[in-house]
Write a protein that binds this ligand. Structure first.
Ligand SMILES: *Cc1c(COP(=O)(O)O)cnc(C)c1O
Length: 226
């Protein structure tokens, strides 16, 4: 078994190679360490290797770890229920999994109340696979137009998850499509919306995502479970 440090080194090398292949700058890709079900000691190993962006997909687990691991940037990446928003406001660098207007409105309401601005990504379900969360492509613009009027939420980009059983080529097409939407919207001028982050790719497909323009890759098992 490789150590966590060796796993991280391998992931970094693979991202470097993917960036070279696609003419991208390696420094532009942030590795988000996905720490669900991972204990604090193992997480600290990754932090000591320079992984300072961490992602949790459940609020309960996030809250348990938040105080124990200071000095890192926390991301919420899993499906978020509106009644859990109150626990995370003011504690996150980025919420990746905003998939409905209702959720964005609740983040707006509670951020305003606490006098903070919350950065979010819209989660988009490009493949249309029903088991996946995320808004459809057609919902993006109407939701962006509503969020333009918000005062305490900023959309900073998009997140997507590729379907589990798709081929590499299908996954590539999905990432490519979201990259194109990301670029198209970045050329338009909206209030409260700037296309800074494109969160795509997990352990099984992060090299494809890096080739197709992701600047955040979310990696759990390839760092902590190999
Ligand atoms: C678990 C999870 C990941 C990481 O998955 P791995 O395959 O372990 O790298 C990435 N994104 C989301 C939304 C997740 O829930």
């Amino acid at each position: 078994m490789l150590s966590i440090a060796e796993n991280i080194e391998k992931v970094r090398q693979n991202i470097k190679t993917a960036c070279e292949r696609s003419g991208r700058n390696y420094e532009d890709v942030t590795i988000l360490g996905v720490t669900k079900t991972v204990g604090v000691d193992d997480i600290m190993c990754a932090v000591n290797e320079g992984i300072c962006d961490l992602g949790e997909n459940r609020v309960q687990e996030f809250m348990e770890k938040y105080d124990k691991i200071p000095g890192v940037k926390w991301h919420i990446i899993g499906h978020l229920q509106t009644n859990k928003v109150k626990y995370i406001i003011g504690k996150t660098k980025l919420i990746h999994s905003v998939d409905t207007l209702k959720l964005a409105e609740e983040i707006e309401r509670l951020s305003k109340k606490q006098n903070v601005t919350t950065d979010i990504l819209l989660e988009v379900n490009i493949s249309g696979e029903e088991s996946k969360s995320g808004m459809s492509e057609g919902e993006i613009l109407p939701i962006l137009e509503k969020i333009e009027e918000f005062s305490s939420v900023k959309v900073r980009g998009f997140m997507t998850m590729a379907p589990k059983f798709a081929s590499e080529d299908e996954i590539r097409q999905i990432f490519r499509k979201l990259y194109k939407i990301f670029v198209d919207i970045s050329r338009k001028k909206y209030n409260n919306i700037s296309m800074d982050y494109l969160s795509m790719g997990m352990s099984s497909d992060y090299t494809v995502a890096a080739e197709e323009g992701a600047n955040i890759v979310r990696i759990g098992s390839k760092i902590f479970k190999e």
